[in-house]
Design a protein around this ligand. Structure first.
Ligand SMILES: [Zn+2]
Length: 487
């Protein structure tokens, strides 16, 4: 989830690059150059900037949108609200197959069911495209306080972490608020377990302790590292997530503990008490496994080779059932495709649903999609991966004139108050398409509770309001239909 995180995630991955021609750098509507995750500019080319696919785009103002698409939008909004069938399917998938972690049979069984269901619904070009994904297995794990009092902490190992020795790692804890404090106190870190106790400010700012904590702690000689869960609220729920190592440094075990437990340890050390923990993890990394991206289409009526791709990621972490992250995004976009199909709406260009695999701990599905399809004529890539709550609008990265047209299109979503379009949009799985100059869009939702549940045992279907799923699907269907149909 969340675009910025992509940058960290992509560090370890090979990105696909296109042959560079002489072309102009693409700019955001605010006039900033659009950069790839590596920080290099994204260039426009005749085949790859979506402003090129539209004619007279500057004339597509809100009056045009209301005149041309007002009726269609009304029908879409009505149709989207008529039942909760998609929500029931989301519940069924989460309950039946459980967490959909990369490398597991759960995930592949869920994908089999999706392919079968989409085929029997009559969608076009339904297929699975194979992707090799990492297979990390959590195994048994625990984090126990030995002194000043015996206490079992609420913890989750972080995805990709190494194991501890069988008997665990027993060491004194050094608590730091941030990387700067670790630097100042680096002489105290040797042989200790470092706990990064950074308060949640935003996901973007706080996730670095989860992503980089093991590297920074290993640099100063720590034997293991812990991170305060990246969470905006907690009921002693630990939050797992991705992390990385640096090959030149010792790979030390890295785990998250609940915010409450991080606070207990921090308070004890502030009082001058020496806190000793025993961390035990027997995680393993197995050989890569085969998974699949799930694709389905609504072929365009006039320009079938021009594509608007939309989707979410079908994999989840190995805890909870990944309802918000990201079954919700998958089902909202799938429902958007269904709405168009059921209403007999066939836009000029092809709408392609893509449910990417392995976003969480590898981004291999998004990378594979770009490798196989990046050179096709993508007019727009859209992702929903910020949870399903009341929709507010969209984020968009692309040419200024197209931004204005999409903003005008969003005025049709006034009945569900999803009219905001802001500069800067994207998603982890569509980010590899940036290198191909493909404009990026995401749905924005009222996500103030997202980080209560993100990557926890509590990410289950009850956290999604079926009405919000319908509203998100409606907003997506209207925007995607127009993006695919504009002359
Ligand atoms: Zn996600």
């Amino acid at each position: 989830m969340f675009y910025i995180v992509v940058i960290a995630l992509l560090m370890g991955n090979t990105l696909i690059s296109t042959a560079q021609e002489t072309r102009k750098p693409m700019m955001t509507p605010g006039g900033q150059p659009i950069l790839t995750p590596q920080g290099t500019p994204v260039y426009e080319s005749a085949s790859n900037a979506n402003v090129m696919y539209y004619s007279n785009i500057t004339q597509r103002d809100s009056a045009y949108m209301h005149k041309t698409y007002g009726e269609v939008a009304k029908r879409i909004l009505q149709h989207a609200m008529k039942d909760s069938a998609s929500y029931k399917r989301l519940q069924y998938m989460c309950d039946t197959f459980g967490p959909r972690f990369s490398g597991t049979q759960n995930l592949e069984r869920a994908i089999d069911w999706l392919l079968q269901t989409m085929k029997s619904d009559g969608h076009e070009n339904v297929r699975g495209e194979e992707v090799k994904v990492p297979a990390w297995v959590r195994g048994e794990e625990s984090c126990v306080m030995l002194s000043p009092r015996p206490y079992t902490l609420s913890m989750l190992g972080l995805g990709g972490s190494t194991a501890t020795p069988k008997e665990g790692i027993t060491a004194e804890v050094l608590v730091v608020k941030d990387f700067a404090e670790l630097q100042r106190r680096s002489s105290e870190a040797k042989g200790k377990i470092v706990l990064f106790n950074a308060q949640f400010t935003s996901y973007r700012n706080t996730v670095r302790y989860r992503s980089e904590g093991a590297v920074r702690a290993a640099e100063v000689g720590a034997v293991a590292s812990l991170v305060r869960s990246v969470a905006s609220y907690s009921m002693r729920t630990p939050h797992t997530g991705g992390m990385r190592y640096q090959d030149s440094l010792k790979k030390i075990p890295h785990a998250a503990i609940s915010t409450e437990d991080a606070d207990i340890v921090a308070r004890m050390t502030e009082r001058g008490e020496k806190v000793t923990l025993r961390l035990t993890m027997n995680a393993q990394t197995l050989p890569d496994a085969v998974s699949r991206n799930v694709l389905a289409e609504l072929k365009g009526s006039e320009k079938p080779d021009e594509i608007v791709v939309m989707g979410g990621h079908i994999d989840s972490w190995d805890v909870g059932t990944g309802a918000l992250d990201d079954a919700g995004g998958c089902f909202a976009t799938w429902k958007a495709l269904q709405i168009l199909k059921e209403l007999g709406l066939r836009p000029r260009r092809t709408v392609r649903l893509a449910l990417w695999t392995n976003e969480e701990n590898g981004l291999r599905g998004g990378a594979k999609y770009a490798e196989l399809h990046g050179a096709e004529k993508h007019v727009l890539a859209f992702e929903s991966d910020g949870g399903i709550f009341a929709p507010k609008g969209f984020g968009f990265t692309g040419a200024a004139d197209v931004f204005k047209a999409y903003k005008a299109a969003a005025t049709l979503l006034q009945p569900i108050q999803a009219t905001e379009v802001s500069v800067g949009g994207g998603g982890a799985d569509i980010s590899p398409l940036i290198a191909f100059g493909v404009p990026q869009m995401n749905i924005d939702v009222e996500g103030s509770k997202y980080f209560w549940f993100h990557h926890t045992h509590a990410d289950t279907p009850d956290k999604i309001d079926p009405l919000d799923l319908n509203k998100c699907a409606a907003a997506i269907a209207v925007m995607i239909y127009i993006a695919a149909d504009l002359p």
